[in-house]
Every structure is written in structure tokens, then in C-alpha cells.
Design a protein around this ligand. Structure first.
Ligand SMILES: [Ca+2]
Ligand SMILES: [Ca+2]
Ligand SMILES: [Ca+2]
Length: 407
């Protein structure tokens, strides 16, 4: 299997795992950042393919994109893939938030807003629906904001310069959405977000990591709280994202957020991963919800063995493996070389412990390249498998080859 965009692509950043065809086996959806060719001087046109890889009974993946999507699988790029049942028919659908960021480009076409798309699962095929708005969905999160049974979608702002308003797609439940841009406190320039609900008060929190322009002075991440009717109540800085100085200079580049009840008290807590590619000092933050969306930084309690030297990339999966909570991370050095390739923490009792790294390394032995992008999925034999997207470069362009190996 291989992967390449219309021009050239250097990073496959997005994958998501779900059982798309209801056979009990986890499947993988692959997308990525679009990247304009460095010589391109027109408006945004670069696209990337969305790929659907269906797991076979032997644990391997087969590219079924053509039979499920036909040839209409090119999108303007995404940073986040969300797989959820958005129309309530019991079948998981695929949402890709519009995002284009070309870190290597010099012609001014970096970071353009692009439209999102949703692929409705019909069972043996998908129906594509394109959104009309251009958004910059570095972060995407979903939750029931307006009381319906199907999830609403919150994505990054559309206008980076003038109006840093949110873009909320209120889900009408019939494969239509109503655009809501009337809540300026929901700033989503950041890199990750999640939506929490307080079961006692019905209050809703939209937590945004790395918002980038000091919505709360001294913090790069924030929690915005609303009542059950989405009336704005308050905003507070998130512990673990503190920085000093009058200008925005985050020490930690928080890019992924896991919402889970770490301590089992019924309140949803947060695990935030840190992509400090320019500082080599990233780590995992464990925030315990002490009620009413106040959070206490208890990282040293729940991640006692971690080093302050990670570069966690834009892939984190939190799931159960043999009934043990497991956190799979993608770790690179400052040059995007995946020297350790992955980190995996498990929480067999009260706190997280690092998994045996040699086991992980063995799974990707023979795959030696920089910028290998790993994804983890479960096979029917109980094994974990790694999908590694391995680039090969030709001048400024790159294509990826996919490998699957059991852990
Ligand atoms: Ca499946
Ligand atoms: Ca559905
Ligand atoms: Ca808790």
C-alpha cells in the first residue's frame, strides 16, 4: 500500500482507528496535511487522499478506498480525523476537519483555511458531503452541546487574523448541520480540544490546548465553561500550560488531549501530550478534575517514571488492551527522527508505567527511516499491530509505503 498527495507530501499526520464495516475488527483511516509544491504560486489547490484500510482476519490491512469511496477521496487536508456516528443510524461516519499547513513552503501558501468533509457510512459504501466554510481545524472535538443525541462538532477558527471566533457545527441529526459562530470565547487556534459535561450541573466545558494568544495571561491552554444552554460562564487557565513573560512563549506545545477518569472518582480528568519539537522537553500532564472543571496538576503521581525529554507528535491513542488502560504515543526527536518511534504507557493499577520499549522496537525492526508515522490497532488474535507509514523521498516530493507488524 502506498500514499501520496497531488503534489508532494512530507507528513502523514492523521490516522484514526474504528471498526467501519461491523465485522469486529479495527480498521484504519489515513489522511494528512496537504502541502503545496514549493514552486506553486497560485491559490490553495493541494489535496491529499483519504484512505480506508480494512483489517483482514490475519491482522493485515487492505486498502479498500476505491470500493468504499470510489475515486472521490481527495480532500484539502486535515489535522484530525473523527470517527463517530453523526446521523444516529448506528454506523460510524468519518469527519475530517479542514486544515492545510505547509511547514516547508516558502511561497506564502502556508496555513490556509480549507473546507471540512464528512463521509457518511452506508454499510458497504460511503457518501461524501463537503462543507462550504473554510476553517483552520488544527483541533477538532465533538460533544452534545445542544441536547441532541448526535454529536456536534467544534473546529478551529476560520479567520486567523481578524476574528478568532469558533466554528461550531450544530448537528441537526438528519445529515445537516447549522453553523454557529456567535461565541467568541471559544477560541480554537489551539492544537487540541475536548468537550466535557458535568453530570450534576449539566455545565459544559470546551478545553482548548495551546490557544496561542493568551486568552488567559500566563497560560497557553484554557477551559471555557458554559451552562447547559451553552451560555458562556467563565474561562480559566489550565495547569500544566503555564508560561512566564508578557509575550506568548509556551514552554510546552500541547497537541493531544485525552479525556478519561484517571482516578476513578466519576469526574472526567485529562491527559495532555506535549510536542516540544523545538525544546526537547515534552512530557505528559495528568490533570485531575476536582469538580466544576477545576483541574489539579498531578503528573508526578500518575506518570512518576517519565522523563522530561519527549516530542510527542500528533498521534495519541488511549484504549484498553486486555482490560488495561493503555496510552500509545508517537515520539520523535527535534528533527522528526523517530529514534524511539513510540512510547506506550499502561495503567495496571493506580499510575501509568512505561511499557517495555524493546517489544515495541522489535515490532518495527527492519523499518528504518526518519518521519515514520505509527498507528496502533487491535487484531482478532488479541495482538496489537503497528501500521507504520514510511516515507521515501525524491527531491522535494515524498511518497509513503505502509507496513503492518504485530507487537
Ligand atoms: Ca472492521
Ligand atoms: Ca452513521
Ligand atoms: Ca476523575
Amino acid at each position: 500500500m502506498s500514499y501520496q498527495n497531488a503534489d508532494n507530501v512530507i507528513q502523514v499526520f492523521n490516522t484514526q482507528v474504528a471498526d467501519l464495516n461491523a465485522d469486529g475488527l479495527e480498521d484504519v483511516v489515513v489522511s494528512g496535511w496537504a502541502q503545496e509544491a514549493t514552486t506553486w504560486s497560485g491559490t490553495v489547490h493541494g489535496k491529499v487522499p483519504l484512505k480506508i484500510l480494512i483489517q483482514q482476519t490475519d491482522g493485515t490491512l487492505v486498502d479498500k478506498t476505491t470500493s468504499l469511496l470510489g475515486s472521490n477521496n481527495m480532500i484539502y487536508g486535515s489535522q484530525r480525523i473523527i470517527i463517530q456516528d453523526f446521523d444516529g443510524d448506528g454506523k460510524p461516519d468519518i469527519f475530517v476537519g479542514g486544515f492545510q499547513d505547509s511547514p516547508g513552503v516558502t511561497n506564502g501558501h502556508c496555513c490556509d483555511a480549507t473546507p471540512s468533509a464528512i463521509f457518511w457510512n452506508e454499510g458497504t459504501s460511503f457518501t461524501r458531503q463537503d462543507f462550504t466554510e473554510n476553517v483552520w481545524a488544527h483541533s477538532v472535538c465533538i460533544g452534545n452541546l445542544y441536547g441532541s443525541s448526535v454529536p456536534d462538532i467544534v473546529v478551529g477558527y476560520a479567520d486567523q487574523t481578524n476574528n478568532r471566533y469558533n466554528t461550531i457545527y450544530k448537528n441537526n441529526g438528519n445529515r445537516t448541520f447549522t453553523l454557529v459562530t456567535s461565541m467568541p470565547s471559544v477560541w480554537l487556534g489551539g492544537n487540541a480540544c475536548t468537550i466535557l459535561k458535568d453530570s450534576t450541573t449539566g455545565h459544559i466545558a470546551i478545553v482548548n490546548a495551546n490557544v496561542g494568544y493568551a486568552q488567559v495571561a500566563g497560560y497557553s491552554s484554557v477551559v471555557n465553561v458554559f451552562d447547559s444552554s451553552m451560555n458562556y460562564l467563565s474561562t480559566a487557565g489550565l495547569p500544566g500550560s503555564e508560561y512566564t513573560g508578557s509575550t506568548y512563549s509556551p514552554i510546552h506545545d500541547q497537541v493531544n488531549m485525552v479525556a478519561t477518569d484517571i482516578n476513578g472518582d466519576g469526574l472526567t480528568d485529562l491527559i495532555i501530550t506535549d510536542n516540544a519539537t523545538d525544546k526537547n522537553n515534552g512530557y505528559l500532564v495528568a490533570l485531575i478534575n476536582t469538580g466544576s472543571f477545576s483541574f489539579s496538576n498531578q503528573s508526578s503521581t500518575y506518570f512518576p517514571s517519565q522523563s522530561n525529554n519527549a516530542n510527542y507528535m500528533y498521534y495519541t491513542r488511549y484504549f484498553t488492551v486486555n482490560n488495561v488502560n493503555t496510552l500509545f504515543l508517537c515520539n520523535a526527536d527535534s528533527s522528526f527522527n523517530f529514534t524511539t518511534l513510540t512510547d506506550l504507557y499502561q495503567k495496571p493499577s493506580t499510575y501509568f508505567q512505561a511499557f517495555d520499549q524493546s517489544t515495541l522496537s522489535a515490532a518495527i525492526s527492519g523499518i528504518s527511516s526518519s518521519a515514520v508515522f505509527p498507528t496502533v490497532y487491535k487484531a482478532s488474535n488479541g495482538k496489537l499491530y503497528v501500521l507504520a507509514a514510511v516515507p521515501s523521498f525524491s527531491g522535494s516530493s515524498a511518497s509513503y509505503t505502509f507496513y503492518t507488524n504485530p507487537l
